[in-house]
Design a protein around this ligand. Structure first.
Ligand code: PGA
Length: 263
C-alpha cells in the first residue's frame, strides 16, 4: 500500500540529539558526517538537527551546505529576564534555529506542566518559527482510552493559539512506550492516530487551518521501519532520537525517505 500524502509534501526528518554527544568535537563530527552523507543528493526531505544548546552556535558556524536546518529541544516562553538556567526564543533565533521541540515526553516526565507547554507553543508560533509539539500516550489499552489522552494533550497545548498560529505548528505523535524501546505501533496504528489528530485540530480550528499542520511520527524509528511507516501511513516525516546519534543510522532513514519520495 502506498502512503497518500507524502509525494507532494516535503518529508521532515528531525534528529533530536537529546543530551548527546558528550563534547563539542563529537557533535561537530556527527554533524559533518551527516552533512557529507546528504551533500551530493538532490534532497526532497527537510533535514533538521536539534542539538543541545551549547552545540548550537558551533554547529551553525560550520557550513551546512544548505541541506540541514537547526532546531532546539526546548525554550522558555519569556524573551529575557531573571530565569536562571533558561534559554529564550530570541536567543536561539539569533543563532538561526528554525524549529523548537515543545513538550517532549522526557520533559513532561521531568515536571514540565501542561500550562508551560501551552505558553511555549504560543510563544514559538507567535515568534514566527515552527513548534514541534510532542504528544503521545504512555501506554495503549484495549478500549482506546489513549485517544482521549492525546486529545486532551492537544487541546491543552493549543489553548492559547489562534487558527493562524497553526501555520507554524508541527505535531509529533510519539507514544511514550515506543521511545527508545525498539517497540513501535504498526503503520496502520500511526495512520489512525494521524487522522484522529487532524480531526481534533479540525474540530477546534477549522479544516483550512488543520490541513496546514504536518504530523510526524517518533519512537524507535530506524532505517528498517521507515519505508513501512511511509507506505502504510501519510505521516509527514519522523522525529528521531537514538538513530540520529550515528550518522550511518540517520542517513539510512533519510535514504529510505528519499527513495520513497522518488518511487
Ligand atoms: P527514539 O526517540 O527514536 O530513540 O525512540 C524519539 C524521541 O524521543 O524523540
Amino acid at each position: 500500500m502506498k502512503g497518500i500524502a507524502s509525494k507532494n509534501r516535503p518529508l521532515f526528518i528531525v534528529g533530536n540529539w537529546k543530551m548527546n554527544p558528550r563534547t563539542v568535537k563529537m557533535a561537530e563530527k556527527l554533524f559533518i558526517d551527516i552533512r557529507e552523507g546528504v551533500s551530493r543528493k538532490q534532497l526532497h526531505s527537510k533535514i533538521v538537527i536539534a542539538p543541545p544548546y551549547p552545540f548550537l552556535a558551533p554547529l551553525t558556524e560550520l557550513p551546512s551546505g544548505g541541506r540541514i536546518e537547526y532546531g532546539v529541544q526546548n525554550i522558555h516562553y519569556e524573551k529575557t529576564g531573571a530565569f536562571t538556567g533558561e534559554v529564550s526564543l530570541p536567543m536561539v533565533q539569533s543563532l538561526n534555529a528554525k524549529y523548537v521541540i515543545v513538550g517532549h515526553s522526557e520533559r513532561r516526565a521531568a515536571g514540565e506542566s501542561d500550562e508551560d507547554i501551552s505558553k511555549k507553543v504560543a510563544a514559538v508560533t507567535a515568534g514566527r518559527i515552527f513548534a514541534i509539539l510532542c504528544i503521545g500516550e504512555e501506554k495503549r489499552d484495549k478500549v482506546g482510552n489513549y485517544f482521549g489522552v492525546v486529545e486532551e494533550q492537544i487541546k491543552v497545548a493549543l489553548q492559547d493559539c489562534k487558527a493562524e498560529d497553526l501555520n507554524r505548528l508541527i505535531v509529533a505523535y510519539e507514544p511514550v512506550w515506543a521511545i527508545g524501546s525498539g517497540q513501535t505501533p504498526t503503520a496502520a496504528d500511526i495512520e489512525e492516530m494521524r487522522l484522529f489528530i487532524q480531526k481534533v485540530l479540525t474540530d477546534k480550528f477549522g479544516r483550512k487551518a488543520a490541513d496546514k499542520v504536518l504530523v510526524l511520527y517518533g519512537g524507535s524509528v530506524n532505517g528498517r521501519n521507515t519505508t513501512d511507516f511511509l507506505d502504510g501511513s501519510s505521516v509527514n516525516g519522523f522525529l528521531v532520537g537514538g538513530a540520529s546519534l550515528r550518522a550511518r543510522d540517520f542517513l539510512a532513514i533519510i535514504e529510505a525517505a528519499e527513495n520513497y519520495a522518488k518511487s
